[in-house]
Design a protein around this ligand. Structure first.
Ligand SMILES: Cc1cc2nc3c(=O)[nH]c(=O)nc-3n(C[C@H](O)[C@H](O)[C@H](O)COP(=O)(O)OP(=O)(O)OC[C@H]3O[C@@H](n4cnc5c(N)ncnc54)[C@H](O)[C@@H]3O)c2cc1C
Length: 435
């Protein structure tokens, strides 16, 4: 079994994930050497960066993407692969915080990320095992009531794909005794995320775009034509888009103070008997439960169970990855007591204090987007596109997002992690007590 400190044996430079192992494209792109120029330089080849780059290349821009490791090295190539519509905070919370006008604008965009994924996979023939349908599983009647409330709210914003599921019907989606009901999202779904971002990067390259791998950006010089520098090269561009998310480090403290890397762990079983996996997840929907620190799982195209959960504030990985997740998997599916775990890995997403993505400008020609706070497969596709739109002179949607306030985590460098852990512990306790 692979673990967190190794890189993939079959796809070096990536985390030791089942995704890296089963990637469609294992080519390593050249690294940045010498001086280059572009209309736009994008830092980071995850969903956000590649979504923006593809949007711009489709509009005729010369774009260079500079990636510190490999395409999809970050959260985008390691996540649960769940297409979850909407944002990390419910539209009702968004209405309360930012008012009905902004909520209406964000609501109107809230299904677009999933649409972008579906459009691009169809347009460019991207093979990423796209399957429709997601199930939100409830442990308590209170969680069922909350889901019904969320559904009513979503419907006000035009989401017609939701349906409540009674306890008797849970077995249609997941064969586990843990749940008392839930809700399905017919336009949720799941994908092989690394193959999605690799396919999108290949589409970008087919339009003349260039991705440099193994080229960590160490400096960004602002100015009329900002310059992005790596150890061996540079890109001078008219615009720079910063899309490094939780892997950005401390290079740009003005924005990184307002997000916290948080790790989540994932594992994949050996290939299971097709009848067995079909019995566990008959509809082939992905599942996420309704707890604050949630479990998320799904089938893979080669009949594994891919199970995620756990959380490490500050981006710390537990010493024993499966020690955290396997017990949860067995609570859900005791039937898998003898199933071997073949892959286990960890990845970091970026959390903001508001749980709403943070988008803005560091200068007139330097934009950034990060902080999808754990639900980013769809949101990053939307926000990458919106970054691209802003560069092409259509900044209306960018401006809506950029107007939302972002705050540094309380407690400064020393206390921000323990304070967040304390908050999460409180919510986790409420889940355990069912209150
Ligand atoms: C384990 C895990 C499970 C998740 N599961 C789900 C899920 O099922 N559904 C869902 O909706 N969301 C999920 N998420 C969240 C989702 O994956 C992220 O929100 C999303 O992928 C973030 O994309 P991104 O492009 O912004 O960042 P990333 O994918 O992290 O990409 C950032 C890239 O920038 C590069 N980079 C950083 N700094 C530099 C630099 N200085 N120079 C050059 N390159 C740099 C990094 O190497 C990296 O490749 C999960 C996240 C994790 C970690």
């Amino acid at each position: 079994m692979t673990s967190t400190n190794q890189t993939s044996a079959t796809n070096p430079g990536h985390a030791p994930s089942w995704y890296a192992h089963s990637a469609n494209d294992k080519r390593v792109r050249e690294s940045l050497k010498g001086e280059h120029t572009a209309d736009v330089c994008v830092i980071g080849a995850g969903f956000t960066g590649i979504s923006a780059a593809l949007q711009l290349a489709e509009n005729g821009f010369k774009v260079i993407v500079v990636e510190g490791e490999r395409i999809g090295f970050g959260a985008s190539g390691r996540n649960g692969g769940q297409i979850v519509n909407g944002y990390s905070r419910d539209l009702e919370v968004i209405t309360r915080r930012y008012g009905p006008d902004k909520a209406a604008k964000l609501g109107a965009m809230s299904l677009e990320g999933g649409n972008i994924i579906r459009e691009r996979t169809a347009k460019y023939g991207i093979q990423c095992d796209l399957v429709d349908g997601g199930f939100f599983a409830a442990f308590t009647d209170k969680q069922v009531r909350e889901m019904a409330h969320v559904k009513a709210n979503w419907e006000k914003h035009g989401h017609t794909g939701l349906e409540m599921v009674s306890k008797a019907e849970v077995g249609k989606y997941v064969k586990s005794d843990r749940y008392v009901g839930g809700m399905i999202d017919r336009i949720g779904g799941h994908i092989h995320p690394l193959n999605l971002v690799l396919g999108e990067a290949a589409a970008f390259e087919s339009l003349g775009g260039k991705v440099f791998e193994k080229s960590r950006v160490t400096g960004l010089e602002m100015g009329a034509n900002p310059v992005v520098r790596t150890a061996e090269g540079s890109v001078r561009a008219k615009y720079v888009l910063v899309c490094g998310n939780a892997y950005l480090g401390t290079m740009l403290p003005k924005i990184t103070d307002k997000m916290m890397p948080v790790s989540s762990q994932v594992m994949a079983t050996e290939q299971l008997d097709p009848d067995m996996i079909e019995e566990l997840l008959p509809a082939n929907y992905c599942v996420e439960d309704a707890n604050y620190v949630l479990d998320y799982y799904r089938r893979t195209a080669d009949n594994r169970l891919l199970y995620g959960g756990g959380i490490g504030y500050g981006g710390q990985d537990p010493a024993n990855l499966t020690g955290v997740i396997r017990p949860n998997m067995l609570k859900t599916f005791p039937q898998l007591a003898n199933a071997k775990i073949e892959f286990a890995w960890s990845g970091n997403f970026a959390l903001t204090l508001t749980r709403i993505p943070h988008i803005g400008k560091l200068a007139d020609n330097v934009y950034f987007s990060h902080g999808d706070s754990g639900h980013g497969v769809t949101t990053t596709h939307l926000l990458g596109k919106i970054l691209g739109e802003a560069v092409t002179g259509h900044a209306e949607r960018f401006d809506v997002w950029a107007s939302l306030p972002a705050f540094p985590f309380p407690g400064g460098k020393t206390f921000r992690v323990p304070l967040t852990v304390l908050g999460a512990w409180w919510y986790g306790l409420r889940d355990k007590l069912g209150v």
